[in-house]
Design a protein around this ligand. Structure first.
Ligand code: APR
Length: 325
């Protein structure tokens, strides 16, 4: 078959660790395009690219894979997904990673700006809401082309735990979450539903109790830590699947509405901050932020989440002033 390297879109992965490896595999198996894995550890990137490429004959996908420590392999990628950074260890919060990961994000922002300035960039590196803002500022790319993956994962966890509680398929559950990643996530029960039936109605019908729904919400908020405690490092299968869904929505102009860490200015009363909101992803990147009317309690919880992101942003700003980043 003639080789025609440029006919497929290119997905650049910055970080070829646990999440990066699964991202590469999923991108190939979904035939999203060619994949370039950039990592400071060249062997990891090359090895994973070769290993996944070796599964093409069995899995039946068509993709060129390359890996290495030269950022030039990201050249002209249409999508870049960033996972470079340290993952959590047991006992650590995501916020504990701010200094180490901000340094890494600063360096990779330069690479993305130089190699793939038109890419749709999905950041996964934690602490997510702060890192995606830092990445956008350092790369100086349009806000609608730089987005953070958190809400898709949080809502997927919420849907899974609800599915376990109610004995129904995750597919028939729709979840609506706002706010920062994890602990400060704000699930909106009245906009979350099972086969179109809102959760408050599910409780009213006697299918389950409010206490059990509250326990599911709490488990969802701590879902990341539950995985860290079990396997000693951050989750990687569900985070990768979530980011690939966002990349696919962009590449295929799907107009999907996902909860994303998107830049908010003048929506939800937020004044220039990346925070988790429902956003429409299509060929233009973040094409629209969906703003709904919040009730008093929902607004209070969302404000707490915004305040937590803003406070961590200030920590980042102070570290930058001290020259530590
Ligand atoms: N440039 C490129 N790659 C880097 C850099 C850098 N400056 N610094 C670190 N890396 C690479 C590491 O070599 C490693 O292969 O990033 C990869 C990170 O992989 P893992 O340690 O396996 O971490 P992972 O589980 O993939 O999580 C990455 O995502 O969910 C978040 O909290 C998580 O911030 C963490 C990130």
């Amino acid at each position: 078959m003639p080789s025609n390297k440029n006919s497929r879109p290119k997905i650049g992965l910055v970080g070829g660790g646990n999440i990066g490896g699964i991202l590469a595999q999923l991108a190939c198996e979904k035939n999203l395009g060619d994949v370039a894995v950039f990592d400071i550890n060249a062997g990891t990137a090359q090895g994973k690219a070769l290993d996944i490429a070796s599964s093409a004959a069995v899995e039946g996908f068509h993709a060129n894979l390359e890996g290495g420590d030269n950022p030039a392999i990201l050249k002209d990628a249409q999508v870049v997904i960033v996972t470079a950074g340290l993952p959590r260890k047991p006992g650590m919060s995501r916020d504990d990673l701010v200094e180490s990961n901000a340094k890494i994000v600063s360096s990779i922002a330069r690479h993305i700006k130089e190699q793939a300035p038109d890419a749709f960039v999905v950041c996964i590196t934690n602490p997510l809401d702060v890192m995606v803002g830092h990445l956008q500022r350092e790369a100086n790319m349009p806000h609608e082309k730089v987005v953070g993956m958190a809400g898709v994962l949080d809502s997927a966890r919420f849907r899974h735990f609800l599915a376990l509680l109610l004995g129904v398929s995750e597919q028939d559950i729709s979840a609506f979450v706002l706010g920062g990643h994890g602990d400060s996530m704000v699930p909106l029960a009245r906009y979350s539903s099972v086969a179109g039936i809102p959760l408050p109605e599910i409780v009213r019908m006697g299918w389950t109790t409010q206490e059990k729904i509250d326990a599911v919400i709490e488990r969802t908020r701590k879902g990341g830590a539950e995985v860290v405690n079990l396997m000693g490092t951050s989750a990687y299968f569900a985070p990768a699947a979530s980011a690939i869904a966002m990349a696919q929505a962009y590449l295929h102009d799907e107009k999907r509405i996902f909860p994303c860490a998107a830049y908010c200015k003048g929506v939800y009363g937020v004044d220039g901050l990346y925070v988790g909101v429902p956003a429409l992803i299509g060929a233009g990147g973040i094409e629209k932020i969906v703003e709904i009317e919040l009730g008093e309690q929902e607004r209070t919880l969302f404000q707490q989440s915004i305040d937590a992101v803003a406070a961590l942003n200030e920590v980042l700003g102070a570290l930058q002033q001290q020259g530590k980043i």
